[in-house]
Design a protein around this ligand. Sequence first.
Ligand code: 6GU
Length: 224
Amino acid sequence: MQFDIITVLPELLESPLSHSIMQRAKDRGLLNVNLINLRDYGIGKHKQVDDYQYGGGAGMLMTVEPLDNCIEDLKSNKVYDEIIFLTPDGIPLTQTIANKLSLQKNILLICGHYKGIDQRIRDMHCTMEISIGDYVLSGGELAAAVLVDSIGRLIPGVLNDGTSALTDSFQDNLLAPPIYSRPAEYKGRKVPDVLLSGHDAKIEEWRLEQAQKKTNELRPDLNA
Ligand code: 6GU
């Protein structure tokens, strides 16, 4: 799977996608991330990519021409399955969306900065607009890293234990149950007996109970 990411801050995306599971996915040839510096398409001597908004208002936005030139350049080499703008006014990212996107081959991500991007880019090029939650980040890069991570780990062969993505929180609309490792007792706190029992059916039953209890307490909206 190939992600091309348009950004004015490629440095911000390098590290988050170069460790742990994402790096393993790259090493295995299952994931490739190509960062495109929008500055290379900037206008004039100062390679400008931003300007004030028509109608007035605080803050700059990313202008239409550098983005359009950049996107057209990329499109001339490749057909994208989705062109996604990361924005707080997009649809909220869910596990269902990550699952669907993990089946695609080529995805182009556009990271906004400042106040956002000229609406005409969204109208001309974007097939999806995604938000990672109801709060505002200073740019789309961290959101893009979150999106690539959530999708990348779902690509078949990326996780070592092929079933482990299936037991994640949200995969079944339940929060994950508590988990424990050695030692069986620490500072007087004991691992629940059932987990040491070796009784698989009882363990599964306990985990489901705990997951349901936690979901009802913290996220009743998930099984509404
Ligand atoms: Cl995708 N971008 C920005 N700038 N802020 C956000 C976001 C995206 N999702 C939540 N907040």
